[in-house]
Design a protein around this ligand. Structure first.
Ligand code: FAD
Length: 510
């Protein structure tokens, strides 16, 4: 759909990935009177699940929690492949009538808030013509993901120009790459590497996973037996909700155990790997990280496929550092050489906040590190603006759903009380700030300083805990003394709780 000059929407959603489509479904269901559009930079919907095309691309969390709260995941596989997830997102968009609201080829470059007008003016670059146009909206909801789409992260690779084979980054997978019978080296030890290695090992001559240091790798069943059993006996939504909460409980338990009893968790993970690897395998060199579980995300392998590929001799792990590429492969610090026809650099993403959109409030640029996040979904001092960032220790969609539902609550509250604006107050000067993302992974450490921070207490604290957030987002009052509501003119002091209003149930936050 093309954009007409002077168009105005109640809500503009940036991004038509899993979160943007979910946000639009929430708007359709809970705020049907609001006009909205989704502006998507690419020419297709699906985001991550359309972009990544490498062999074996799949979820690394279960689909009962990566699926939407309002639409059951009914595929037999609990850990699903990328194309199935993409189909689920596009089917959901069709089912809820959201597809017609998506404008592809619309990249949002900047957005300027005007308090006198109580609206955002959003500058959009059109992929077809490279022209700029503007659209206005009353509320801006950024679902632009958390990383750069145009480029993945590749560290400096000494001597790579000498290498005669192909070097491929998983984010830009060549459709016609033929790796059957070829010797492949996959550099990396994260979720992408552990996915690609067993997938390529099915037809490659051999796949070597070359890692500088190991990650925690845990095998989970690709199918969920409880889900299969419940689906045959209960209505689909009931079965889905039970499995969703079961998986939330298991995830929370495993996370809490990791944080409170790291040595026990390390032993459990080590024993799991050892049991699935050949007798005498050097588990400690290749599967014992130097950090504690959940300092970085755990890697999941469905039905132990990585361990099976290693046991079958089709894949191997080398823990070493690259000294240089050579004409025929790689020379390592230990002096060992690995010959390769193809090198895959599974070296990660480049994080990017808010889809790279530049924000201004009344002419002042919003410098993200100066701001603190409110409930992990809004920015201190920035009116009528929300964004989606999922959990680091659980499925992204759990938080995305809560965020979208909360935006709907805010919009309903504002409509009911005639407010034009909601602004999380500039944070308490006594607030102690912390980095927004509490992982020590390289891709986080490289860019977390470009992100806003979080505080150490509610509502500025980001809980990596779905159950706590459910209480806070669903039962806490939207008038919590921190969120300021206003009509016309600039926002005044924090609004007092409005007794009797339906949103003003006892605030659990604050
Ligand atoms: C390979 C891979 C596997 C993953 N597996 C899991 C998993 O199993 N479980 C999990 O919880 N998380 C996983 N994640 C994280 C994953 O990104 C999220 O689960 C989820 O897909 C994010 O959805 P999103 O819609 O928020 O962002 P994205 O999927 O990144 O979509 C963002 C969309 O916004 C568009 N956009 C961005 N900026 C702009 C702009 N300025 N203007 C217009 N449009 C814009 C993009 O083009 C894109 O379509 C995975 C990530 C990757 C890369």
């Amino acid at each position: 759909m093309r954009t007409r000059a002077g168009e105005h929407f109640d809500v503009l959603v940036i991004g038509a990935g899993l979160s943007g489509i979910g946000a639009a479904c929430h708007l359709q269901r809970h705020c049907p009177e609001r006009t909205y559009a989704i502006l998507e930079a690419r020419d297709r919907i699906g985001g991550t699940w359309d972009l990544f095309r490498y062999p074996g691309v799949r979820s690394d969390s279960d689909m009962h929690t990566l699926g939407y709260s309002f639409r059951p995941w009914e595929d037999a596989r609990a850990i699903a492949d990328g194309p199935s997830i993409l189909r689920y997102v596009t089917d959901t968009a069709h089912h809820y009538g959201v597809t017609d609201h998506v404008r592809t080829g619309h990249r949002v470059e900047r957005a300027e808030w005007s308090s006198p007008q109580s609206r955002w003016t959003v500058q959009v670059r059109h992929a077809e013509t490279d022209e700029l146009s503007t659209i206005t909206c009353s509320f801006l909801f950024c679902c632009g993901g958390y990383y750069r789409y145009d480029e993945g992260y590749t560290p400096h690779l000494e001597g790579v120009e000498r290498f005669s084979g192909a070097v491929v980054h998983p984010q830009h997978w060549p459709e016609d790459l033929d790796y059957a019978g070829k010797r492949v080296v996959v550099i990396g030890s994260g979720a992408t590497a552990v996915t690609i290695v067993p997938a390529m090992a099915q037809t490659a001559a051999h796949v070597t996973m070359l890692q500088r240091s190991p990650s925690y790798i845990v095998s989970l069943p690709a199918r969920d037996g409880v889900a299969d059993w419940l689906r045959r006996r209960l209505p689909r939504m009931t079965a889905y909700q039970i499995v969703r909460w079961k998986n939330v409980a298991l995830m929370t338990l495993s996370y809490q155990l990791s944080r409170r009893r790291p040595r026990l968790m390390k032993a459990i993970v080590r024993r799991g790997a050892q049991r699935q690897l050949p007798e005498g395998y050097d588990v400690d060199t290749h599967f014992r990280p130097v950090y504690d579980p959940w300092d970085q995300r755990l890697c999941i392998v469905p039905d132990g496929d990585l361990f099976a590929a290693i046991s079958a001799g089709r894949a191997s792990i080398v823990t070493d550092e690259i000294e240089t590429f050579t004409g025929r492969g790689l020379r390592l610090r230990s002096g060992a050489e690995i010959e390769a026809d193809i090198v895959v650099t599974a070296t990660g993403l480049q994080m990017l906040a808010l889809g790279g959109v530049e924000l201004q409030v009344d002419g002042t640029p919003v410098d993200l590190p100066d701001h603190v996040v409110y409930k992990g979904m809004m920015l201190s001092g920035v009116p009528n603006f929300a964004f989606t960032v999922g959990y680091t220790n659980a499925s992204w969609t759990l938080k995305a759903d809560l965020t979208a539902a909360y935006v709907c609550r805010l919009l309903t509250h504002m409509r009911r009380h005639g407010y034009d604006r909601c602004t999380p107050a500039d944070e308490d000067p006594q607030l102690i700030r912390e980095p927004l993302i509490n992982l020590s992974s390289g891709y986080v450490l490289r860019s977390v300083q470009d992100f806003p921070s979080q505080g150490t207490r509610r509502p500025w604290r980001v809980h990596q805990n779905y159950a706590l957030d459910v209480l806070d987002f669903k039962l806490g009052g939207v008038e919590d003394g921190v969120m300021r509501f206003a009509r016309g003119g600039p926002p005044t002091s924090a609004a007092a709780p409005a007794p009797g209003a339906d949103e003003a149930q006892p605030a659990l936050s604050g």
